[in-house]
Design a protein around this ligand. Structure first.
Ligand code: NAD
Length: 513
């Protein structure tokens, strides 16, 4: 591992052999059990982390609740200034943090750097936004009255994140929550706890340098039980949870039971429609990157290609040819295209999916398999696979978080392809490859894609921070990042001010005293 400079990166990020996984900023707590973080790259133990006990959690929560009282009163542009400094610190530490993301999660180093860049971008976005937390003013029906609305912070925002974007998802939430005047408690995935500790170290340094109180950025660590501390806690008005649909259903119900708010970013089952008017070269690039990038472990990964029968063979041959050129191996080595899955449980799910598609009558056109031997000792490297399948297959309806791509054929009009694309429970990302204006517009129309993201002539994978990110149906309906996603981190208040000496009642009601 040290060949790739991991040891140096860990040192720069303040990662020790054993780390305290609970922190309210600079103060750390460590009374929970210990979890180990192993790299899927080479199977090595990277470091250990002390998880969060209920007693630690309560200390952190009390500190956060206290910190909110002063943080909310700091003018938003001044909070923006703190986020600006945080973004600068991320620029400084982009390489070591990108490397840790790659080594702990298994995505390519380039993607690790890309993820840190997303954090920097959302900081820039949030800084500008800190001067634009606008509300409307309305004309009152009553004379001498003024009406307007304003946005106030919510309080403590709980963030629960998935392993596959171990740093960016936190930043998307926290950068906006901070400028909105909220304080945050973050529980990263138990599969990537070190990424969480590294980020918290960076945030804590910036907050301390500005003499800000403990509790503005907090970290807790552990499995779902630690996440539950927040979902059942009335002191957490908003829980932002990213992960599987299974998790989202539990979190949503738990938070709703106490009438809290949740922001859900759950699984996808993303498709690219390839019409007779598609540019084949662009289709191949978009589909292959979408399906095998991050070893198929992006929520926006391409899982289904819905191809018109007239060009089916042409597309099939071109994609299969591209798959033959894929290099699988250490993601820190930039000559490789595909890295490992997160762990051997994920490998087992991948194997199960391949078996299931064959059992349901599918036809493998690029065989999968688990790689063994030199360089593959972690047991987490798998071959990206492609199966010809039918849209209704149970396995095709399901999100397998691995590089398995399904080819589905359609005939006739683009409406038929849209019906297949929408015929799943998830609704995150979707795309159409076409040079036909009518097809593109139908895909984007009211009767087109039902997803939160709908692209024309680019793939399903990835997103820019400027747009609101999220999906419909069982993807959970939440929106994060750009556009007006900030509003979910605030409470809206309507204010009416009477500057006369009369008190007229609304709707002309008379109430004589
Ligand atoms: P996961 O659901 O297993 O875990 C996600 C997080 O939820 C972890 O931190 C976990 O500890 C926590 N958790 C699980 N059960 C909980 C409970 N009952 N209460 C509180 N917390 C709980 O997901 P994963 O395997 O880490 O990530 C992969 C999944 O995440 C995929 O389905 C992927 O599509 C999805 N994802 C979605 C987005 C998006 O923006 N829509 C982004 C990234 C990942």
């Amino acid at each position: 591992a040290s060949v790739f400079g991991i040891d140096e990166a860990l040192k720069k990020l303040g990662i020790e052999a054993i780390n305290d996984g609970t922190s309210s900023g600079s103060i750390k707590f460590a009374s929970g059990t210990t979890i180990s973080s192993h790299s899927p790259v080479d199977g090595a133990l990277i470091a250990k982390v002390k998880t969060t006990s209920k007693a630690d959690y309560d200390k952190v929560m009390n500190t956060a609740t206290q910190a909110f009282k002063s943080w909310r009163s700091k003018p938003a542009p001044q909070r923006g200034e703190i986020v600006r400094q945080f973004g600068d610190k991320l620029r400084e530490l982009k390489k070591p943090l990108g490397k840790l993301v790659s080594y702990e999660m298994g995505k390519s180093y380039q993607e690790g750097l890309g993820e840190v860049q997303e954090m920097i971008d959302i900081c820039d976005f949030a800084v500008g936004l800190s001067r634009q937390l606008h509300g409307f003013t309305m004309h009152s029906e009553r004379p001498g009255h003024r009406m307007y609305e304003q946005y106030h912070p919510l309080g403590v925002v709980g963030i629960i994140s998935a392993f596959n974007f171990p740093v960016a998802v936190w930043a998307w939430n926290t950068a906006l929550a901070w400028i909105c005047g909220d304080v945050c408690i973050w529980k990263p995935s138990e599969k990537t706890p070190l990424c969480g500790i590294a980020c918290q170290n960076i945030a804590a340094e910036v907050l301390k340098a500005n003499n800000l109180p403990e509790g503005i950025s907090c970290l807790i660590n552990g499995d779902y039980k630690v996440g539950e501390f927040m979902t059942i806690d009335k002191r957490v008005p908003l829980v932002s949870a990213t992960g599987s649909i299974r998790m989202g259903k539990i979190v949503a119900q738990t938070v709703a039971a106490r009438l809290g708010k949740s922001l859900l970013e759950l699984g996808g089952n993303n498709a690219i429609i390839v019409t007779p008017d598609a540019d084949i070269k662009m289709t191949v690039i978009g589909a292959v990157f979408g399906a095998v990038g991050t070893a198929g472990q992006r929520c926006t990964s391409t899982r289904r290609l819905i191809i018109h029968e007239s060009i089916y063979n042409k597309v099939k041959n071109a994609v299969v040819k591209a798959y033959q050129q894929l290099r699988i191996g250490n993601p820190l080595d930039e000559s490789n295209h595909v890295g490992p899955l997160i762990d051997t449980d994920a490998v087992a799910m991948y194997k199960k999916a391949l078996q299931k598609v064959v059992d349901e009558g599918g036809n493998m056109i690029v065989e999968g398999g688990v790689l063994e031997g030199h360089g593959y000792e972690s047991g987490c490297y798998v071959k990206p696979a492609i199966a010809e399948a039918q849209p209704h297959f149970e396995i095709v309806q399901h999100e397998t978080f691995a590089p398995v791509l399904y080819f589905l054929k359609y005939s006739g009009d683009v409406e038929n392809a849209i019906e297949i694309q929408n015929g799943v429970v998830q609704g995150l990302s979707s795309a159409i490859m076409t040079n036909n204006l009518r097809e593109a517009e139908r895909f984007l129309s009211v009767s087109g894609s039902d997803c939160g993201i709908a692209n024309v002539n680019i793939g399903t994978s990835g997103a820019e921070i400027g747009g609101a990110f999220g999906g419909e149906k069982e993807t959970g309906g939440g929106r994060e990042s750009g556009s007006d996603a900030w509003k979910v981190y605030m409470r809206r208040q309507t204010n009416t001010i009477n500057y006369t000496t009369e008190l007229p009642l609304a709707q002309g009601i008379k109430f004589d005293l």
